[in-house]
Design a binder for this molecule. Structure first.
Ligand code: NIG
Ligand code: FE
Length: 398
């Protein structure tokens, strides 16, 4: 199977910065990039006219909570009248609210709702998505969520990376008992059934302490799960230092992370994942320290954090805009963050995240003639085609 992407105005290869190649074409064979440059189609093949368009690696959304029951627009309305996310959580809303709705949904219901959400991701150019569990909060319910994520992984048109998330302590359960259940029952069962690639912990004052997070992550590491951590979102919890000490693949959120912890993460090779959609959605004042990330030359990734409480944004082009508007990231930093660095945050940099010979042919063709318009034309539906392993999985004029 061969595909020719003809005459793109710009190809963003993501090699050496964003690696713009102007007025060029791409030849794809058997789902892999074969040639990039001023080419003529070497043989009869499916041709996509990319004249006047930017071609970019498919977006990698490296942090989502895409599987859940119900929605929380009532809490959204409460927040608009001044109640904070943390106060709603303490009063039994927030994550606990979604846990109730997820537990009452069947596997089949969760699967079909999530499949619809994945169709939205594809329309917005995402070709790989990480999905966390974390709304079950018991052995059987977390396993149920992970089975749904794994069924989606088998059936969806894009790659799905499953993560077990120790999200928070369930209502009416003692902290110590739940942490023991995670360590003695959940993680061994997940490992034995091969239900997740990663283990993640929400290390913050409304969830697990640094000590509890360390116990959970050490167990996961011993079971050969790769590690992620939700760190320093609402307070300086020490999560980023823990990520460095345990050499987590990534640390996510990082609003309260200090300069010292940013340096420690960088030295330990931890990829920071920033989630500007959450800052926008929750209208948070505290922002990650972009200047220090830049100074340390950290490979910063950005992702949507799609979830019912703190970000209902499917679109990575919108997340790219928000990274620029809200975090002051440069356009090039945001674009590399949504592709190459996000692939690195999922330990997939060898196969996806850039347009290079031999890599998987995941692409998005955007209806703009230069890359600066991607964040600039905020909110515009600019994805013309989404291509996964050389196959068109979304096309506006098809
Ligand atoms: O990443 N930080 C914790 N968890 C989610 C929010 C989950 C929810 O509110 O349902 C997040 O923002
Ligand atoms: Fe999250």
């Amino acid at each position: 199977m061969t595909v020719f992407i003809k005459n793109a105005s710009e190809i963003l290869t993501m090699t050496d910065g964003i690696g713009v190649v102007k007025n060029a074409s791409i030849f794809v064979e058997d789902g892999v990039f074969k040639q990039i440059g001023a080419l003529k189609c070497p043989q009869e093949c499916l041709t996509i006219d990319a004249q006047g368009c930017v071609v970019c690696p498919g977006f990698v959304d490296s942090h989502t909570h895409l599987v859940f029951g119900g929605t929380r627009e009532d809490e959204f309305a409460m927040r608009l009248s001044g109640v904070t996310y943390e106060r709603i959580a303490k009063a039994g809303g927030g994550i606990a609210n979604t846990v109730k709705r997820t537990r009452t949904a069947t596997e089949n219901e969760l699967y079909h709702i999530a499949l619809k959400r994945i169709a939205h991701l594809i329309r917005h150019g995402t070709t790989t998505v990480e999905i966390k569990s974390g709304y079950g909060l018991s052995l059987s319910e977390e396993l149920k969520m992970l089975r749904v994520i794994n069924k989606l992984k088998r059936d969806a048109q894009i790659d799905i990376i499953p993560t077990y998330l120790a999200h928070t302590i369930p209502p009416k359960v003692k902290r110590r008992d739940y942490v023991d259940c995670i360590i003695k029952e959940l993680i061994p069962e997940i490992t034995q059934k091969k239900l997740a690639n990663f283990c993640d912990v929400f290390c913050d004052k409304i969830a697990f302490s640094k000590k509890e997070s360390e116990r959970i992550l050490l167990k996961a590491k011993g079971c050969d799960l790769k590690l992620k951590i939700h760190a320093d979102q609402f307070s300086n919890s020490g999560g980023a230092y823990l990520a460095a000490a345990l050499k987590c693949v990534s640390a996510e959120h990082l609003e309260y992370t200090t300069k010292g912890a940013i340096g420690a993460m960088h030295r330990a090779g931890v990829v920071p994942i920033l989630l500007p959609g959450v800052s926008f959605f929750l209208q948070l004042d505290k922002k990650p320290d972009i200047k220090t990330f830049r100074k340390t030359k950290s490979a910063v990734a950005i992702a949507s954090d799609f979830n019912p409480g703190s970000c209902m944004i499917y679109s990575m082009p919108k997340i790219i805009s928000l990274a620029c508007f809200i975090y002051g990231m440069r356009i090039e930093e945001a674009l590399v963050g949504a592709t190459k660095n996000s692939a690195q945050a999922l330990a997939l940099a060898d196969t996806i995240g850039s347009i290079e010979q031999g890599k998987q042919a995941d692409m998005v063709i955007l209806d703009v003639d230069n890359y600066k318009k991607i964040p600039y034309q905020f909110g515009e539906d600019m994805v013309k085609y989404t291509v996964k392993k050389g196959r068109i999985i979304y096309g506006k004029d098809r």
